[in-house]
Design a protein. Sequence first.
Length: 258
Amino acid sequence: MGIVTALVADDEPLLRDRLVALLQRNWPELQIIATARNGREAVEMFDTHAPQIAFLDVHMPGMNGIEAAKCIGQRAALVFVTAHAQYAVEAFRQGAIDYIVKPLDEERLQETVRRLRQRLEAPTLHTDTSLTTNILDRLSAHIRSQIAPVRYLQWIKASVGSTVRLIPVEQIRYIKSDTKYTLVVWECGEALIRKTIRELADELDPSQFLQIHRSAIVNLHQVQQFSHGNNDGGEVQIKGSGECLPVSRSFVHLFRQM
């Protein structure tokens, strides 16, 4: 087996660095081509670098490791890094996902490396996609149920000409990166704000606002329809305006029931 590429995502720098060091010592052929501090960054880096393996910490701020795994899907071998083995043990038993328990144990890591090598040497042995998706959905729901309720944004403050406008979030159609600023399109017009897509994605209610691309968030209540496109991507059409926004491959799964 030649060079194998991997992504490591963990919001704790010391633990992230230790995992990288242990992997390099126990798997010299493994090349860590990207590291991430949270799930959203992990998905962006995965889309950029397309590693063969993704090591994802389960508990990360904003988008957690399980939600990131749902975006990555079958495009890489998934390994959860967690202090709570119950989050991954079911997936591991089904052969869908491996896991490493914190504090990191080198002997346990060696077992994971061995299984990953076997999986990569037999690429024709694919895991049932629906099984993996079902497992990830249940794990994600379990984690969300244990997190205290979050107060999401109700208004967005934006400069419109010489005035400052408070935009109710329910009126927002979509939000899109625009060079140095972020464009907010709502029922009464458009405005530029300084907050980034990453910041807004974590501050808006995920049951209403979906990130559909690394540079776009859409209000689900403003979506007329979703259409599959080429290269496993798609697009959403906005109600009333007829505008269409691209949906990248990593976020198509959010619309699978539409």
